[in-house]
Design a protein around this ligand. Structure first.
Ligand SMILES: Nc1ncnc2c1ncn2[C@@H]1O[C@H](COP(=O)(O)OP(=O)(O)OP(=O)(O)O)[C@@H](O)[C@H]1O
Ligand SMILES: [Mg+2]
Length: 309
């Protein structure tokens, strides 16, 4: 994961995010650290509630005001934490493009998609409407929407879920971002469509050269898309490495568990998949121990005597 000659395009250091709640402060993200290098894809994987979306929302400056955020998020060397909404909206959509789980909520129902793509382009580029429309058409073509010129006039509800996600990808790359963040981009879609959307994301990456963060709970998606992996558990990175190492020599029992609960088409066996028993901890008043210890099949006393780095 080290790239001595290159600067990371995105560098997250010691990120902590908590939310006040009636039961106490919810520690959603507890010390996330990573560097994202140009041209690379980092997979962030972990089960529901492990802090993946809160991590990506803090990078994008999209968390509510009551969230308490500390640490550092540097984009191209510039600190993003503490920027105003106006400054962040310059970066969103231009420097960093985002693809969400639910493509319908990412689009406005009342405008045709041509208008929405043109708006995204003109928000960051000084081009005429007709020029922006040409770009919009080319973008739809790139993401594999048939009859792009005609479809510019369609409304979001006139597309299938998979086609809508293609539109969202087109908007995410409209201004040639340096970073793309895809948060569970295929979770809401049919399995048959999932692979197609991952392919479209690859095309988008190739076209823009963007470094990518692929957030997923699915090790299969990681295998398919990522160069490097960061496994999260209870708000904290618990294992990281390149894809081959993580898949072939996982060290953290949680990672082993995730792999055991992932169908592996490359390994032909009739062995049943092994689910991870139990649930992740509630992120209020965490005990000082390995947070996975209570579900871990190989836990020892030391695991209960403080949380490992
Ligand atoms: N706005 C918020 N206010 C309070 N708590 C929140 C808020 N957003 C997230 N959380 C809490 O932070 C924790 C991490 O949530 P997050 O959405 O990052 O999980 P995730 O890893 O993305 O899960 P999933 O796979 O289900 O998307 C959860 O306990 C969640 O309830
Ligand atoms: Mg999420």
């Amino acid at each position: 994961m080290t790239h001595p000659n290159e600067q990371p395009v995105l560098s997250v250091k010691d990120l902590h995010v908590s939310f006040p709640s009636e039961a106490g402060s919810v520690s959603a993200v507890r010390g996330v650290d990573f560097d994202l290098y140009p041209g690379r894809t980092l997979g962030i994987v972990g089960e529901s509630g492990s802090g993946k979306s809160v991590t990506s929302m803090s990078i994008m400056g999209l968390l509510p005001d009551y969230a308490k955020i500390t640490g550092s998020v540097k984009f191209d060397g510039r600190e993003l934490l503490g920027l105003t909404d106006k400054q962040m909206s310059e970066i969103r959509g231009q420097g960093i493009g985002m693809i969400f789980q639910d493509p319908l909520s990412a689009l406005t129902p009342v405008f045709d998609i041509g208008t929405q793509i043109v708006e995204a382009i003109q928000a960051h580029q000084n081009v005429s409407k007709s020029n922006a429309l040409k770009q919009a058409e080319a973008l739809l073509e790139l993401v594999g929407i048939p009859d792009p010129k005609l479809r510019l006039k369609s409304f979001p509800h006139e597309f299938s879920g998979g086609m809508r996600q293609r539109v969202v990808i087109a908007i995410a790359i409209a201004n040639n971002p340096r970073v793309l963040i895809a948060d569970e981009p295929t979770t809401a879609l049919d399995v048959t469509i999932q692979a197609q959307i991952l392919d479209v994301i690859k095309v988008a990456q190739r076209e823009t050269g963007a470094a990518t963060i692929m957030i997923t709970h699915d090790m299969g998606v990681v295998a398919e898309t990522a160069d490097d992996v960061m496994v999260m558990y209870a708000g904290r990175p618990v294992e990281r490495g390149d894809v081959d190492t993580i898949f072939n020599h996982p060290r953290m029992p949680y990672t082993v568990g995730l792999l055991g609960s992932t169908p592996r088409p490359d390994v032909s066996s009739n062995e049943p998949l092994t689910p991870i028993e139990g649930n992740p901890p509630i992120l209020v008043d965490l005990h000082d121990r390995c947070q996975f210890a209570q579900r871990c099949p190989v836990a020892i006393d030391a695991c209960l005597k403080g949380e490992p780095r």
